[in-house]
Design a protein around this ligand. Structure first.
Ligand SMILES: [Zn+2]
Length: 418
């Protein structure tokens, strides 16, 4: 049995919060994705330039610094060697891996001397390659008003989290907790609660040692995902389907041109999820189309249309005119993060990889620059009050004047900006 908290003491992905592991032979097929890392870095060094110009936010009355960072945030494939040391994987145009692979440290500022000159190493931030792919899809496809829409803004979110964390560590008197890092997120509740090993041994009846860590499941290319999602479908009661108001509304809806029907369905987006109460106003096939088109449930963009078609044929053969309740399925799928606190008793039975993808998706949708609100650390060493400069607003736009704010003071920041 693996530890209930296997990320403890390991380098962790800055997007999902779980461990990035070295690519050893002991990894199972299901675990291998967690060894595939990407190192993000900024060739324009925007954060460092702002640090220098505003002297960490302490240079009052500094002129506005209109930095133009035009280059893309770099993405380098990498593998963990040990703790926060990684090896960057470089390949030629044929895909052959180079033997000259650079070794770097993640999530820290450092440099080295080269030919008598001090060379500053880029600040690297490590993520799982798969989590970054989920994040980039969420940034592109989320139908909601989210703060992070591009890689540079994502970088600013992650870089400011480390700024906060580093400031906390510097304010403590003991530095052994500095490495390797795992940022404790304010919304860390998306990582399900696991009892520490010592507790699970003390209360063997409380914890099933065979519980799978669904939060460590591969979030891309999920086998049999569509079939598993469709298994949640239930029959629509004929009595409910025949409610006169619903029948009358459906007649009027079906009389609309297809463009207007699509427009009506485009409003079936809810950031906090739709209620599970079905009103059967729309025909069930429109709810099925909502699922297939993936606009309202964009984390399900890879639903297999052929599997759905086969399912519908089979359903018709087995159930006759009794329809599946697509409305209830879409409503449940829209609901916020599917009770991920307690996946085992969730009303939706979905593959672990999909549940993890939903968790990562939610984490990305909730990100904003300056979002790290440190709870009081479980240590006596740190000081009570930590402040950091705010170079950007929540969506990554430059701010002026630059002020230092106490972390966690989102309301205070807003009052400064107002
Ligand atoms: Zn991850």
């Amino acid at each position: 049995m693996s530890s209930p908290v296997p990320y403890m003491g390991k380098l962790c992905c800055t997007i999902c919060g779980d461990a990035i592991v070295p690519p050893t032979h002991q990894l199972s097929e299901a675990e291998k994705w967690q060894a595939e890392a990407v190192l993000l870095s900024d060739p324009d060094r925007e954060f460092e330039q702002l640090e220098e110009h505003y002297r960490d936010g302490k240079k009052h009355n500094a002129q506005r610094f209109n930095i133009s960072a035009t280059r893309e945030i770099r993405k380098d494939r990498a593998h963990v060697i040990e703790k926060d040391r990684l090896r960057i994987i470089t390949a030629d145009e044929n895909g052959d891996v180079s033997t000259q692979q650079e070794e770097v440290k993640s999530n820290r500022s450092y440099g080295h001397e080269e030919n008598g000159e001090w060379v500053v190493t880029p600040y690297y931030i490590a993520t799982h390659a798969a989590c970054l792919e989920v994040a980039e899809t969420a940034m592109r496809r989320s139908p909601h008003d989210i703060a992070v829409r591009d890689l540079r803004t994502l970088w600013k979110v992650l870089r400011m989290r480390f700024k906060v964390d580093d400031t906390y560590l510097m304010s403590s008197t003991i530095d052994f907790i500095a490495s390797p890092q795992r940022i404790q997120l304010p919304h860390s509740y998306y990582m399900p609660f696991r009892l520490a090993p010592i507790l699970s041994e003390s209360f063997p009846g409380v914890v099933d040692g065979n519980l799978e860590r669904w939060e460590a499941a591969y979030p891309l290319n999920i086998p049999d995902m569509t079939t598993a999602v469709l298994e949640n479908l239930r029959s629509l009661s004929p009595a409910v389907a025949a409610i006169p108001e619903a029948v009358s509304f459906q007649e009027r809806f079906l009389a609309l041109p297809p463009e207007l029907q699509d427009h009506v369905c485009s409003f079936l987006v809810s950031r906090n999820g739709m209620s599970s109460t079905c009103n059967v106003l729309l025909p069930q096939w429109t709810w099925r189309e909502v699922l297939l088109r993936g606009e309202c449930l964009p984390f399900l963009q890879d639903v297999d249309i052929a599997v759905v078609r086969d399912f519908c044929l089979r359903w018709k053969r087995d159930n006759g005119s009794r329809e599946p309740n697509w409305e209830l399925l879409v409503r449940k799928l829209s609901q916020e993060a599917w009770s991920i606190w307690d996946a085992e008793s969730s009303s939706l039975k979905v593959p672990n990889g999909l549940r993890n993808r939903r968790r990562i998706w939610q984490l990305v949708e909730e990100m904003y620059v300056g979002d790290l609100v440190p709870v009081k650390r479980v240590t006596l060493m740190n000081s009570g009050c930590v402040s950091v400069p705010r170079y950007w607003d929540e969506r990554g736009e430059l701010m002026h004047p630059v002020v230092r704010v106490h972390v966690g003071s989102r309301d205070k920041l807003r009052s400064i900006m107002a």
